[in-house]
Design a protein around this ligand. Sequence first.
Ligand code: ATP
Length: 346
Amino acid sequence: MTNLRIERLCKTFGTFTALDDVSLEIPTGKFVCLLGPSGCGKTTLLRVIAGLEAPSGGRIFVNGEDQTRMPTHRRDMGMVFQSLALFPHLDVAGNITYPLAIRGADRASRAARAEELLELVRLPGMGARRIDQLSGGQRQRVAIARGLAIDPKVFLLDEPLSALDAGLREHMQIELRQIQQSLGVTTIVVTHDQKEALTMADLVIVMKDGVIQQAGAPMEIYRNPANAFVAGFIGTTNLLPCAIHDGTIEVLGARLPITEGDRIGVDHGAVQLSVRPEHIGIVPTGKGAIEAEVTFVRDLGESRHVLLQASGQEIIAQLTPETQASYRPGDRVSLDFRPGERVVVT
Ligand code: ATP
């Protein structure tokens, strides 16, 4: 069942359009990541959904009910802000149960709920602590607990993990996902970190300039990007000018027959071929479709990236750990683009 439906949402600030005709349907219980570069409208979309900003046009439905004009505190939504926005004058339990206090819940039920939530976010017995006595990760958990206090139908988080260092961040990504799954709450997380989105989400929504570029499962977006922006934004890819004719892709002076599985969604205009580094094979010179020269080799531990030049274009190929061959700058090689893994985008 669709939990959250957004219909043709627009938001302008003066003459600037921050959200441009955004429509979405999010099924109940899904974990959604809103992904896009800085300034693309992610936070604005979250704030409009929460009722913190009034839309300039469009409508928002939760479980079929039109909530577009409903005040924030009447929406069944919990929110975690990027700044966390914890109250220093309240203890942990006071912070967590603040949304319940403003809805008139009595002291005993608030205390019981605080205990439950502290268990959920793995801070049992910490209710009486002051906020300034907590680590960054613990504050994050308190903010998550507060966002969940009202048992929301929709849980909204704006870059909740961006202030954490890399190790803690990865740990919290898993924990947040586990909490969300245990509650089954529809969750939307804003992030500009594509790795975070691919790790956590059931559904990724990629935005640019206030417009949704693509919405889909992480692997679907990775394998079948809607356009060159999405291909380049999600994961690493090579975007190469190409032309499509007579059942072939003409690229870097070679003509590659189109094979089953290649995604040739467009065959006109200024098209580009998107090839992921892991789909490029390096073979001895003369044995592959495209001649190239190695310019740099980057060892990433679990894999190696080989940077190459072919017909004036820079190309990145990825070697698997099993690859015995080693390459040095100046080596002449041939490249094969794996059939069935070639995507043509505009
Ligand atoms: P970031 O990743 O940097 O947080 P974002 O994708 O969340 O970016 P938003 O904060 O939604 O982007 O902002 C989208 C655009 O709308 C930006 O260009 C921003 O300057 C503009 N904007 C946001 N709020 C306002 C406002 N209150 N008044 C005027 N412009 C605004």
